[in-house]
Design a binder for this molecule. Sequence first.
Ligand code: FES
Length: 211
Amino acid sequence: MEPGVGVASRRVSRRDFMKLMAASGIAMTFAPFVEWGRYLPNPSGNEAAGKTKIVLASGVTANISSFPVDHAEVVIYPKTNDPVLNKEAFRTWQLIRLPKEMGGSKNDATAFRLYSMVCLHLWCLWRYYPRRPDADDPTKIVGGNGACPCHASTYDVFTGKAYGGPAALQAPPANVLPRLELEADPAGDLWILPPSWNVRGNGIVGYGRYL
Ligand code: FES
């Protein structure tokens, strides 16, 4: 082995380990809330059988017929009655309706993704950028991806996997965003299914998920 390689990988492992410990602590903080939430006063009055109807910041329910293709909005989950808690980064998710090239015009829940907005590198909040002509070369289409403003990590919104920047250099599962599963009811309203907060399930916020 080259002299510096082992040291570097040990350094990365130690950093990942610390992130996992911190992220796991937060996940453990949230996990009881999710379970006990069934017995707590319902903040939005819209939960049924452990599922949570998605209400956007505007107060409108996310619905397949009204949510635009190639568009994203912030969703808070799990939501509480405390507006301060609701501002925590670890409750902040990006609801994306995929571009039509990725299946976003389908009239079912497969057209959508809901990912943690906490970047897997150093926990800034990334966001979705719709497809658009490039400012320098309008014949070229850019966007249709997630990007972090801090160190330019980029995310494939079809899978949640980082493909550019420092997050893409991290070993699995620290290179794939946590994702919540969705379903649509007969009226087209979108619901979040009960999550499993581990790397082989929905992932650990701030740490990652196995694809
Ligand atoms: S925190 Fe997102 S790229 Fe560094």
